[in-house]
Design a protein around this ligand. Sequence first.
Ligand code: NAG
Ligand code: NAG
Ligand code: NAG
Ligand code: NAG
Ligand code: NAG
Ligand code: NAG
Ligand code: NAG
Ligand code: NAG
Ligand code: NAG
Ligand code: NAG
Ligand code: NAG
Ligand code: NAG
Length: 728
Amino acid sequence: MLRSRLFYICSIIFTFYFAHVQQTTAQITAPWEVDALRAIRGSLSDPLGRLDNWNRGDPCGGNWSRVICYNVTASDGYFHVRQLELLRLNLSGTLAPELGQLSRMKIMDFMWNSIGGSIPKEVGNITSLELLLLNGNQLTGSLPEEIGFVPNLNRIQIDQNHISGSIPKSFANLNKTEHFHMNNNSLSGQIPPELSRLPSLVHLLLDNNNLSGYLPPELSQLPKLLIVQLDNNNFSGSSIPSSYGNITTLLKLSLRNCSLEGPALDASGIPQLGYLDISWNQLTGPIPSGKLASNITTIDLSHNRLNGSIPGSFSGLPNLQRLSMENNNLDGSVPSDVWRNIDFSGNRSLILDFHNNALTILANPLTPPANVTILLSGNPICTSQNQLNISQYCQSTSVVVPGGSTNNDTLCPPCSTDLPHENILRSPIPCLCAIPLHVDYRLKSPGFWDFVPYEAEFQHYLSSGLSLSSYQLEVSTFMWEEGPRLKMNLKLFPNNTALFNSGEVLRLRDMFTGWLITDSDIFGPYELIDFIPGWYENVLPRRTKSSLTTGATVGIVIAAFAAAAILSSLITLIILRRHSSQISKRRNAKKIQMKIDGVKDLTFEELSNSTSNFSDSALIGQGGYGKVYRGILADGTGAAVKRTQQGSLQGSEEFFTEIELLSRLHHRNLVSLVGYCDEDNEQMLVYEYMPNGNLRDHLSGQNFISVATKLHLRIVHLVIISEMCLSY
Ligand SMILES: *[C@@H]1O[C@H](CO)[C@@H](O)[C@H](O)[C@H]1NC(C)=O
Ligand SMILES: *[C@@H]1O[C@H](CO)[C@@H](O)[C@H](O)[C@H]1NC(C)=O
Ligand SMILES: *[C@@H]1O[C@H](CO)[C@@H](O)[C@H](O)[C@H]1NC(C)=O
Ligand SMILES: *[C@@H]1O[C@H](CO)[C@@H](O)[C@H](O)[C@H]1NC(C)=O
Ligand SMILES: *[C@@H]1O[C@H](CO)[C@@H](O)[C@H](O)[C@H]1NC(C)=O
Ligand SMILES: *[C@@H]1O[C@H](CO)[C@@H](O)[C@H](O)[C@H]1NC(C)=O
Ligand SMILES: *[C@@H]1O[C@H](CO)[C@@H](O)[C@H](O)[C@H]1NC(C)=O
Ligand SMILES: *[C@@H]1O[C@H](CO)[C@@H](O)[C@H](O)[C@H]1NC(C)=O
Ligand SMILES: *[C@@H]1O[C@H](CO)[C@@H](O)[C@H](O)[C@H]1NC(C)=O
Ligand SMILES: *[C@@H]1O[C@H](CO)[C@@H](O)[C@H](O)[C@H]1NC(C)=O
Ligand SMILES: *[C@@H]1O[C@H](CO)[C@@H](O)[C@H](O)[C@H]1NC(C)=O
Ligand SMILES: *[C@@H]1O[C@H](CO)[C@@H](O)[C@H](O)[C@H]1NC(C)=O
């Protein structure tokens, strides 16, 4: 009788408790942004179910895949979406106009999917937008002029779509835009001369479109322009504006196959020019005789109608890799000392391609170093009888750009195969095995023709850009593609240890996906094709660091669980009280003696072994409660080991209660307890490791554990209340 009244009172307490739980975990993302995300999801088709969790819980609560929010609330009291990271998820469908509601978003990343339809004009309402990343889709329609009014836009990356129409004049307002990457679309019409007002523009990549009209001479006024790449457009009737020879900032100019007429550009006034390609046009007249910058690696004047002789100014360019003048009407003598000043140590080579011209004279004998290839076939000089010793240069007409995989020889024993370990080839610790991260990467507009001599420099550039030691980055393969672009497979290794910690994996991912790596003059802009966490997918924590982790729905779910758990604990307590009043005393003994089905009593040593002595590399999470490590138990199963702060829970009721309660709680969304350790100064809980959580969900062992931990604490709390109630 008394007991049932107490139970009634306690139920009321619980009801208030849960009402409170629900209130504090109510919706935290701005509601209009939640609606917008739902609409965005609704207009996409997601055959692999990558966004399946976009209808439960709260987006910024951390449970929506690839939605990354600001880590603090805005002045309106809500959390807001900072970034959509929907890279390479096999999505199709279209982009919803509701994107415009995510007005505080900085990075909008839909790269490498199959999304069709056009770019909604509402993107122009995302006033915070910095990176617009839509490359590698099936987008059609024209570019909305509204995008021209996004004040903070740094990068427009829409290449490899089917976007048509002309480039809106409004883009001239993009005061902060450094990157126009619009290659491989169907853009047409004239390049708006108004773009010459862009104060920040650095890379202008419009190659492989259907642009026409005249090339605007005004582009020479762009104060920061480094790369102009307009290959494969049709500017017939236009010549190369001579003002382009005044763009003193320029590093690379590529106007291949643009139907250009008139004279070749005199580029001798561009002090740092490294790459000049004006091939496959209808250029006429002589080759300008001014000397090009000493930085130049590549000169391609081939497939034009140039005539006259080859000026002597191409000699003595120390960085030259390729001089192509084939298929013109050049006459006079064959240059005989272009290789002067070139240091051929270290895998350098030089290609001189003069085939299919009208060269007749050999003023000096040709005595090039071994690493110089000269092509002369198709010139009268090859058929004239009195020229000996040049037949070797008159044979083949083609050269293959050096490329391929890099050396992976190692004298180390192979790494164990139970995990995807690999030798770090250049590690200062010999034969260290580690699990790498893989990155598919492409240089979009490199400033050289042959990568081999630049490989070491590249390794240095990218590793320092990522704040890694140089040995941590390995170019495992590289391959030239149409463009020319240079595709690479990169491996990133942890620093002198076997594993990256999850924070480092996320940092590296953010560096690549946020374009935080400083561009290099010689390597040019990069494309991220894929970031493959591989083994690390399972250990990554979720992204948002808000203190409120759950939404209203989740609150209800948890409440339901907790209620069930409490009921069972109440019953337990009643039973315990009836049957043995001594148990509660024994709980305070130093070593808990208990047997719970399926929960192992593990020793400190066992757990230390399973987590590499609790090394930082095995650390997957940390909280006020202690640290969480990833481990592998003796029987081979994966485990997450929660090591409470030393001594803090020694012999305590909470620890015991948590073990007991956890052993009862089984649900697919909660990790289950597989073991514990309770030794002199160490209390640890060992949870089943969740292999299903992965990066794309931004749900990880840690997330599950932190949800579980909160729930457990709450239950512990409630058990104490129940004990108080029952002790009346
Ligand atoms: C996370 O999403 C899953 C569905 O994908 C849902 O069942 C679960 O309750 C959510 N958990 C949290 C903590 O929001
Ligand atoms: C919140 O994010 C900013 C960068 O956006 C970062 O500097 C800061 O450290 C973060 N704060 C927390 C608590 O994570
Ligand atoms: C997903 O897209 C990739 C290319 O991005 C493709 O190779 C793969 O086959 C696709 N997977 C499915 C299941 O469609
Ligand atoms: C975009 O913003 C403008 C002005 O800020 C507003 O008038 C317009 O309704 C917005 N469009 C959308 C689709 O939100
Ligand atoms: C661009 O910046 C200039 C000065 O830096 C300013 O005068 C102009 O109004 C800005 N244009 C836009 C559209 O913000
Ligand atoms: C760009 O378009 C050109 C011409 O259509 C094609 O050869 C090239 O492979 C394309 N590049 C990419 C990266 O799609
Ligand atoms: C390119 O533009 C011209 C008009 O300038 C048009 O006739 C042609 O069909 C377009 N080609 C493609 C492939 O869009
Ligand atoms: C280019 O420089 C020359 C002098 O070096 C000057 O006469 C000419 O006006 C400049 N052209 C442009 C478009 O700035
Ligand atoms: C360059 O010459 C060296 C010997 O001088 C040779 O070992 C190397 O293979 C040559 N490289 C090329 C690309 O010809
Ligand atoms: C080197 O790489 C190639 C291809 O990438 C692979 O087949 C070979 O097994 C690798 N060798 C070593 C020792 O890792
Ligand atoms: C790598 O670790 C060593 C010490 O083991 C340290 O000196 C070095 O600064 C670390 N490098 C980076 C990039 O963190
Ligand atoms: C160009 O040459 C200068 C020295 O004249 C050098 O400092 C710079 O690094 C070179 N740039 C490139 C892209 O090679």
